[in-house]
Design a binder for this molecule. Structure first.
Ligand code: CAO
Length: 572
């Protein structure tokens, strides 16, 4: 099987574009024409398709890289014969003033205009696009329409474009609706015209990039026509009619929504959102420049399904709870909107990506899970002495054992004794895990992450310490892989290195409990005859009251305390 380098195809006048999304990874099987990466210039974003089918052997680009025509994106072990012709990528313009991207030579608006009276606005020549779906209607009868104002958005499977008006006037009649399929020449609307528009603009010449085989030089591969932002000086006709403008498509929305407020996402994400019925305008984008990613659409859907989020449509259909009424609705006040500059100088800072993602997860977990937290203390006087002496013995190796490694081992023992703590809720069923993967919260410059020590029951304290050090270092450098952060059964959040007494950690769903640990203190403890100085470790165990009850939680903490008090119990 041959190794094939897949390159960035002809992407028009885009000199250098930034890679903003990687859509495949090594080991993936890709089909010809499958999108591999998304790139973005200041004007547009586009997905770069594969010219070959096969298994991805090597990715040659990473997020943030600049690429241009000919840059190698990846290497595939080709499945079959020669690489397929390279389809030109689909582009989506960002929300910029339309005029900035309009190549007036690109298309002809077919209108029949008079100085006054009704004017028919029809679908102009939109290249090779046939049977495109109307996915948005941007205006409504009665609206004053400016020349070149976008009337509708249409979409093929690869790109979307706005269809502008060829005349100015008042919209009398709309002849299309969302879901209609349109073609060149179809009647879109009737205006009461106030401006004359030429009806004789010549049709556009296909461009090498977006056209079919016409117009291509000898030896150039033909490519299916897709929409790209217009190339300066390209095309033939001249004429003054506005050009269909590749644009961002959204699910059907309120026609009063301004085009400038449409969300920022690639065509495939828009399609994905539409299939799920997700209103993109309500999804917060966590990608570069606020771009909406597939994960954002998934999180939105999960939050709606979990009942922690309502779409505006659902909220509008849900009657508000009345005081004293029996409804379970939260019926919260709107978040206070304060102009802080009235009170003093302020600085605005974007939340980090990690904070945005973890914030949404923590919020869901806090709202959905009925949390209870039990606080207790463990006597770790002997264990700390053992830890200090172990570190002295291992000084030369450079490996330092912290209390957290012992806690991981102790928690495994407690999870074995109380299996309900090592479970997840799945509807009316409890999934009891027979493996022991322990997550630990790690503080990083960009926010909180939770690396996972897999199979902690099979590892010794030294091995756990070593692995924890490596994972914590990777976490701080932002290099943890998703696999290193998934699969935890139970999480420990240790603030022991920082301070504090007790806190109420939030359960890391779908886990059912989390242990919070604070700084140990030397305290006077009554031994039955006198007070003796003992090193006490504050423990805070939060648990899901749907799965665990208070007595079990108290027993879990007490057992944990016994183990930490006499670590030999771990072996029992
Ligand atoms: N009591 C007293 N001292 C403690 C302690 C405890 N419970 N736990 C750790 N320490 C000490 C360590 O022994 C070490 O002391 P020396 O430097 O003198 O040896 C020092 O505190 C620093 O330890 P550490 O924090 O580097 O190591 P760790 O294994 O305890 O923790 C890690 C590693 C990655 C969990 C930690 O660095 C971290 O990120 N903690 C923050 C977790 C967090 O943010 N939780 C909140 C989640 S909810 O928002």
């Amino acid at each position: 099987m041959a190794l094939v380098e897949v390159q960035v195809p002809d992407i028009g006048d885009f000199d250098e574009v930034t890679v903003i999304e990687l859509l495949v990874k090594p080991g993936d099987t890709v089909k010809a024409e499958q999108s591999l990466i998304t790139v973005e210039s200041d004007k547009a974003s586009m997905e770069i398709p594969s010219a070959a089918a096969g298994v991805v052997k090597e990715l040659r680009v990473k997020l943030g890289d600049k690429v241009k025509q000919g840059s190698v994106v990846l290497v595939v072990e080709a499945a079959g014969a020669a690489p397929a012709p390279v389809p030109a990528p689909a582009a989506v313009l960002e929300q910029k003033p339309a005029a900035a991207h309009v190549n007036t030579a690109q298309a002809a608006i077919t209108t029949v205009a008079t100085t006054s009276g009704p004017v028919e606005v029809r679908v102009p020549d939109i290249g090779d696009f046939k049977d495109v779906s109307v996915i948005e209607v941007l205006v409504k009868p009665g609206d004053g329409i400016k020349l070149e104002q976008s009337l509708i958005t249409v979409e093929s499977d690869k790109a979307s474009m706005e269809i502008p008006s060829g005349a100015a006037g008042v919209l009398k009649e709309l002849r299309v609706k969302v879901g209609d399929v349109v073609n060149i020449g179809d009647l879109l609307a009737v205006l009461e015209a106030s401006v004359v528009v030429s009806a004789s603009v010549p049709p556009p010449q296909p461009s090498p990039v977006r056209g079919g085989s016409e117009g291509r030089g000898a030896g150039q591969e033909s490519a299916p026509s897709v929409l790209l932002p217009p190339l300066p000086g390209e095309g033939g006709g001249g004429g003054s009619a506005p050009t269909p403008q590749p644009a961002q498509a959204t699910p059907p929305h309120d026609p009063t929504t301004t085009v400038q407020n449409l969300p920022h996402a690639s065509p495939s994400i828009r399609k994905f959102a539409r299939e799920l019925g997700v209103p993109l305008a309500e999804v917060k984008g966590t990608g570069p420049k606020g771009r909406i990613t597939e994960a954002d659409v998934q999180s939105f859907t999960q939050a709606v399904m979990a009942g922690t989020l309502q779409t505006k449509a659902i909220a509008a259909a849900t009657p508000a709870a009345k005081p004293g009424g029996g409804g379970g609705e939260l019926n919260l006040l709107a978040w206070p909107k304060v102009d802080f500059t009235k009170f003093g100088p302020v600085e605005r800072k974007d939340l980090s990506r990690i904070k945005k993602i973890s914030g949404a997860n923590l919020h869901r977990n806090w709202v959905v899970i009925p949390h209870v937290t039990n606080h207790d203390d463990a006597d770790i006087t002997e264990l700390e002495a053992f830890r200090v002496s172990t570190n002295k013995e291992n000084e030369k190796s450079g490996l330092k054992v912290t209390m957290l490694a012992f806690l991981i081992k102790a928690c495994v023992a407690a999870l074995k004794k109380f299996p309900d703590f090592n479970s997840s809720l799945d509807g009316d069923q409890l999934v009891l895990k027979q493996y022991f993967h322990i997550g630990f919260a790690a503080d990083t410059p960009n926010g909180l992450v939770v690396p996972v020590i897999k199979d902690a029951d099979k590892k010794g304290v030294l091995a756990i310490s070593k692995e924890m050090g490596e994972l914590a270092a990777k976490a701080r450098e932002g290099k943890l892989t998703p696999a290193e952060m998934s699969g935890a059964c139970f999480t420990i959040s240790s603030l022991g290195g920082i301070g504090g007494r007790y806190f109420t950690p939030i359960i890391n769903a779908p886990e059912v409990a989390i242990l919070g640990v604070c700084r140990s203190n030397m305290e006077p403890v009554w031994d039955g005859e006198k007070f003796v100085p003992r090193l006490m470790l504050p423990l805070s165990l939060s648990w899901d009251h749907r799965v665990i009850d208070g007595a079990s939680a108290a027993r879990f903490n007490a057992y944990l305390g016994q183990i930490l008090g006499d670590f030999r119990r771990v072996m029992l």
